[in-house]
Design a protein around this ligand. Structure first.
Ligand code: PRX
Length: 657
């Protein structure tokens, strides 16, 4: 077991920051935690009344009668899009800029709350006119765009459940998600623009639908982004055509708090990606609340979350949280390295961004870029508008934290290192900027009301300073409700019998500092990899490899640490032909990488592929992954290999191709 004793320097919030913050000082933080401890349901009910506009107020708070399928605010009704749009207009923020959109080529468009409401209402009316009803699933396969956010809001407005699929996923992955969700419609774009290149989206949708199993799809609605050539069929409709002439108002569908707002597919340790189902009421509460408290969002802020709407971060901290607070935010179409690696810093300067939220991978790669090219070093830009920084998606190593703090935050901006997951809906363990003293590399303390703990295999709390399993001891409003179509898998994955089905199992290891009790996440404890903040199951990549039946007999995938991407994918492959070496090995490795790219998407391409005559197995035939992990890292094998059937294989696999 690892131990922890933080001797590191604490970064204490300035007096001014404490004074101005929504949660002002550690006493205020503790008071909120105490309130939740004393009356858990009362605490969440108070916040749910404060942060969410209900059509029909709820009288029940937490319903545990069918645990672990918990319900929150079940007899209340609401509409999430009403909360994000109409409410701001009604409260006099109609002319406030909701979204500053910057395109890949630098063109800037500003959209007010009035305009966002009109666009959402028109699309919502159009969807209704095409027969989309409450509860229908709509897949959104869109670039980063105002239209992408509008598509999500329009679904929410009519009670349709959206499932956004990241634009980097392949036709096969898209098909699998469409089929699993039983979607009636896909909303997409002709192409997306990234780094000066036009990349097809509609063509990938066409391919996905041609793979079969998508008979539920009635229409494909296409946003014309580039005007590039696309094939056209009877079910295809241009977005501009379907909204033309639609009324600019649209009565929201008032839905029960538990009504599924969205499904978002994410990787688990086994099987296919799972459709994480979120409920509108509890999710909206946590999205709104965490945006306000963790980012200390104020009316005059310019907030920028660099995530894609295809991931949960882009759901909670682009499509919903900032809008529910009437904030102004940046939506960025492009990539951080185009036209050069100073793009983020230039955008912060140009738009006077005050709160910047990004992933450690982006920071690490921009550090490298700044070190090799002085022109794109952040000191060349005026970043004085910034007052708060955030990090998400993977552990941030202290060196990157310090660089971010000094070079981007000018040494004055706190960094909120937010730990959470697709399943948690919003922040779980995070500093609050006007309260929590910061320690680089630690996500510090639970958000008030989140009962996070570190336990052993039997569910018993481990002492501070000792590593263990991260759990959440009580249900919380924005938690996953189920896995779409697979309630058994939901129970098994998140409420396993090991903890008598009582604790939510995050799938991460954690350790609390011996003195401060601060949490540090030590990484996944299952077969899930985190590459550049993207979550991927090793099994998923293995199945993609072995589905190349012409070449591959067997494959095993593990992660290894990587300076830039956090983890890198390393695949060990046994071919159906003799083990290749030299140029032949390089050729086949490329072929397999492209294959995985086609099966899942470019993000899943293994960085390293090694060929062997066999894989290290126990006498009972089980692949010994811990040995493969050591080989991938380039470590000497010091572990016990006595149960290994074929020890000679280790040497062979250790030689890189
Ligand atoms: O391993 C943890 C890591 O990312 C996983 C969740 O991935 P996903 O569902 O794709 O959501 C990412 C965006 C919220 C977690 O199980 N993770 C996320 N945030 C952090 C983190 N690891 C360490 N520190 C974080 N701040």
């Amino acid at each position: 077991m690892s131990t922890s004793d933080q001797e590191t320097k604490l970064y204490v919030p300035s007096e001014a920051a404490v004074k101005a913050a929504h949660v002002s000082g550690m006493d205020a933080y503790r008071k909120l935690c105490d309130e939740a401890d004393a009356d858990y349901e009362g605490y969440w009910a108070r916040l749910a009344r404060e942060f969410v506009a209900w059509k029909q107020p709820f009288t029940q708070v937490l319903d545990e009668s069918n645990a672990p399928f918990f319900k929150w605010f079940a007899d209340g009704t609401l509409n999430v899009s009403y909360n994000c749009l109409d409410r701001n207009v009604e409260q006099g923020r109609g002319d406030k800029v909701a979204i500053i959109f910057e395109a890949d080529d630098g063109k800037v468009t500003r959209v007010t709350y009035n305009e966002l409401l009109t666009q959402t209402s028109q699309l919502a009316n159009a969807l209704r006119s095409m027969g989309v009803k409450k509860g229908d699933r709509v897949v959104i396969y869109m670039p980063m765009s105002v239209e992408g956010v509008v598509a999500m809001q329009a679904c929410a407005r009519i009670g349709a459940t959206h499932s956004v699929v990241f634009g980097g996923f392949s036709a096969q992955s898209l098909r699998d998600r469409i089929e699993d969700a039983g979607a009636v419609m896909v909303i997409t774009a002709d192409e997306q623009m990234r780094g000066g290149k036009q990349l097809p989206l509609k063509a990938i949708v066409d391919e996905a639908l041609s793979l079969g199993g998508c008979d539920t799809i009635r229409n494909v609605v296409v946003y014309q982004r580039t005007g590039g050539k696309v094939a056209w069929g009877a079910r295809d409709k241009w977005l501009h055509d379907v909204v033309a002439g639609q009324a600019i108002t649209c009565e929201p569908e008032w839905v029960e708090a538990e009504h599924p707002l969205f499904l978002l597919y994410t990787s688990g340790s086994t099987g296919k990606p799972k459709g994480v189902q979120h409920a509108g009421g509890g999710y909206l509460l946590h999205a709104a609340l965490t945006t306000k408290w963790t980012f200390d969002l104020k009316p005059e802020d310019v907030f920028w979350c660099t995530a894609d709407i295809g991931w949960v971060t882009g759901h909670t901290y682009i499509a919903y949280g900032p809008l529910a607070n009437g904030g102004t935010q940046i939506v960025f179409e492009g990539v951080p390295t185009y036209p050069d690696a100073g793009r983020f810093w230039k955008m912060i300067q140009d738009h006077k961004v005050t709160i910047f939220y990004t992933a450690p991978t982006a920071i690490r790669s921009l550090i490298k870029a700044a070190e090799s090219n002085a022109d794109v070093h952040p000191r060349e830009y005026d970043l004085s508008s910034l007052r708060l920084l955030g990090s998400v998606g993977e552990p941030i190593n202290p060196a990157a934290w310090e660089w971010y703090h000094l070079n981007i935050g000018g040494g004055r901006c706190p960094i909120v290192d937010t730990f959470w997951q697709t399943e948690t809906g919003g922040h779980m363990i995070t500093p609050l900027p006007g309260a929590t003293p910061l320690v680089p590399g630690s996500c510090t303390l639970p958000f008030p009301g989140i009962m996070a703990a570190v336990v052993d295999e039997t569910g018993k709390d481990v002492p501070w300073g000792q590593g263990g399993i991260l759990v959440v001891k009580k249900p919380w409003p924005s938690m996953i409700r189920t896995i779409w179509g697979d309630p058994e898998r939901f129970k098994k994955s998140y409420y396993p019998a090991d903890f008598q089905g009582k604790y939510y199992l995050a799938g991460d290891g954690a350790i609390r500092d011996a003195k401060t009790g601060y949490f540090t996440i030590t990484g996944r404890i299952d077969d899930v990899l985190n590459v550049s903040g993207h979550r991927m199951g090793t099994m998923e990549i293995e199945s993609a490899l072995v589905s190349c039946t012409e070449l591959v007999a067997e494959a095993a995938v593990v992660g290894r640490p990587d300076d830039t991407t956090g983890e890198a994918i390393c695949a060990f492959v046994v071919l159906k032909r003799p083990r290749p070496t030299g140029e032949e090995a390089r050729q086949i490795a490329k072929q397999l990488r492209d294959w995985v790219g086609k099966e899942i998407g470019p993000i899943a391409k293994p960085k390293d592929i090694r060929f062997g005559d066999n894989l290290p197995k126990t006498r009972s035939g089980k692949i010994m992954r811990r040995l493969l992990r050591s080989i991938a890292k380039g470590e000497q094998i010091t572990q016990d290999t006595s149960t290994l059937e074929n020890p000679a294989i280790l040497d062979q696999l250790s030689q890189s191709n």
